[in-house]
Design a protein around this ligand. Structure first.
Ligand SMILES: [Cu+2]
Length: 160
């Protein structure tokens, strides 16, 4: 009886700890996994050797039931990356800096010339066509992705 009593006393805190831990497990299950976001066809638009910025484009697929936001992009060999939206303002094309780029639940956001894009700023040297730029993307669900973006000629987003 005494052993049972002692066991009961110790069991209760353990049991409570387990109950309190349940929401943590549920939260863990809701966390995104790397396959929840897919980066399709990332490419950097080639630029003259004197260029101080380069455009980075891709499709981002969100396979989760929640909106996911791209928070930042950086690239090896560049001072920094910025998220931009190209937009007509009074007939003039302007680039507006964005705090994030949203990808709606179960949908795709396309980063392309004239729309949302990533601007890679101040390259150490402008990369050649066919070379790869290592990109790091950070999303608001805690995931980050390291991807290779191929440098492609100005008006050829797809290789033929
Ligand atoms: Cu831009």
């Amino acid at each position: 009886m005494r052993i049972n009593g002692v066991g009961g006393i110790y069991f209760l805190p353990l049991f409570l700890a387990f109950i309190y831990a349940l929401p943590a497990f549920a939260e863990y299950k809701n966390q995104a996994t790397p396959s929840d976001i897919k980066i399709i066809n990332p490419w950097v638009r080639s630029a003259p050797p004197t260029a101080s910025v380069l455009g980075l484009f891709m499709q981002i697929q969100n396979h989760t039931p929640n909106t996911v936001r791209l928070l930042s992009a950086s690239a090896k060999g560049y001072q920094r990356g910025e998220l931009h939206l190209s937009k007509q303002v009074n007939g003039v094309m302007k680039m507006i800096k964005q705090d994030s780029i949203a990808i709606k639940p179960n949908s795709t956001t396309t980063l392309k010339p004239g729309a949302f894009h990533i601007m890679l700023i101040k390259p150490k040297s402008v990369p050649n066509i066919g070379s790869k730029v290592v990109i790091n993307l950070v999303f608001d669900n805690g995931l980050s992705y390291k991807i290779d973006a191929e440098v492609k000629a100005k008006n050829q987003p797809h290789s033929h």
